[in-house]
Design a protein around this ligand. Structure first.
Ligand SMILES: [Zn+2]
Ligand SMILES: [Zn+2]
Length: 276
C-alpha cells in the first residue's frame, strides 16, 4: 500500500514527507494506522548521528489502531487500539526471564534498520527504506511485530498514549522496577522532560516523601510541582547540590538523571547521601 511518511535520506538531513510503499504484514506482524507519535531525543540521534542506516523512517513512540493482522497473530485483532514500543527477540535468556529491554538482539532489532527476518517493509521503487525500533512511526501506517505492539484501553485518548512506548516507561520503570524506593524516602530527578516527569509521577505513586525536581526551565519545574515534586530547583539559579543536601538532611536516598549532561550527572551523584 502507499503511505505518507517522514523520510530521512541521509545523516543530518531534515525530515521529508513523501509517498512510500509499505508491504503488508508477514506472519506474526500487524498493520497499524498511526493516530499519533511522540518525538523522543533518540529520534534526533537517529537523524543526526548515523546510528541506523539511511534512508530511514524514524519514530518509535507510535499509537494507533490495528487494521490487519498477519498469520499466527493471536494477541491482537483489527480494531484494537495499540501502542508500539521497542523491538525484542522474545527468545534470548534476557527476554525469556522478563527483561526484554536488555534483549541480546536489541541493537540489531531497533537500530539495524530491518525487521527480524532481515528484510524491510518500506520501499521507494527498488530502494529499501529502513525501519527504526521495529516500527517507524513517523508515517501514516506501520507494520510491526506482534511482540512490540501493546493493546490499550479504548476509553483512553490514543493521541496521548504514544510516549508510553518509550519516554514514560523509561522514567516510571526506572523508579518502580529498578530503584523501588521505600515509602517515605527521598529522591531527586534531574531533567524534567517526558522521562523525568514520568519518574516524578512514579516517585509520588511509590510514596517518596521528598521529590526534588531539577531543570533549567521554570515552566518545566512548574509542571513538575503539579505532577508530584515537593521541591523544584532551577540549576541556572541556585547551587542544586547545596539546596538538596540542606533540605534532605545531607542528601537524597535516590537519584534519577535523565539529561546525560556530564556536570548534571556529577550533581546527581554529589547530592546523594552515603549508600544512596
Ligand atoms: Zn525514545
Ligand atoms: Zn531477546
Amino acid at each position: 500500500m502507499k503511505i505518507q511518511a517522514a523520510v530521512t535520506h541521509a545523516q543530518g538531513e531534515a525530515f521529508s514527507i513523501e509517498e512510500v510503499t509499505l508491504a503488508g504484514p508477514k506472519a506474526n506482524e500487524v498493520l497499524v494506522k498511526i493516530v499519533a507519535a511522540g518525538v523522543c531525543h533518540t529520534d534526533a540521534v537517529g537523524r543526526d548521528l548515523g546510528v541506523s542506516p539511511y534512508p530511514i523512517v524514524l519514530g518509535h513512540e507510535g499509537s494507533g489502531v490495528v487494521e490487519k493482522v498477519g498469520e499466527n497473530v493471536t494477541s491482537l485483532q483489527a480494531g484494537d487500539h495499540v501502542v508500539m514500543s521497542f523491538a525484542h527477540c522474545g527468545q534470548c535468556e534476557n527476554c525469556l526471564t522478563g527483561h526484554p529491554t536488555v534483549c541480546s538482539a536489541f541493537n540489531d532489532l531497533n537500530f539495524g534498520g530491518r525487521m527480524d527476518d532481515g528484510t524491510c517493509r518500506l520501499h521507494q521503487g527498488d530502494t529499501d527504506i529502513h525501519t527504526f525500533f521495529g516500527q517507524s512511526s513517523f508515517g501514516t501506517h506501520i507494520v510491526a511485530h506482534e511482540r512490540n505492539v501493546v493493546k490499550v484501553d479504548k476509553e483512553v485518548d490514543l493521541e496521548l498514549l504514544g510516549p508510553l512506548g518509550c519516554g514514560i516507561q523509561t522514567g516510571a520503570g526506572t523508579v518502580l522496577n529498578r530503584l523501588k524506593p521505600e515509602f517515605g524516602t527521598s529522591i531527586a530527578i534531574y531533567g524534567c522532560g517526558a522521562v523525568g516527569l514520568s519518574a516524578i509521577m512514579a516517585a509520588k505513586i511509590a510514596g517518596c516523601q521528598q521529590i526534588f525536581a531539577v531543570d533549567v526551565h521554570d515552566s518545566r519545574l512548574e509542571l513538575a510541582l503539579e505532577l508530584g515534586a515537593t521541591h523544584a530547583f532551577n540549576g541556572k539559579q541556585v547551587d542544586v547540590v547545596k539546596e538538596i543536601q540542606a533540605a534532605s538532611s545531607g542528601g537524597t536516598h535516590y537519584a534519577v538523571e535523565s539529561t546525560g549532561v556530564p556536570p548534571v550527572v556529577r550533581q546527581s551523584l554529589n547530592a546523594l547521601r552515603p549508600l544512596g
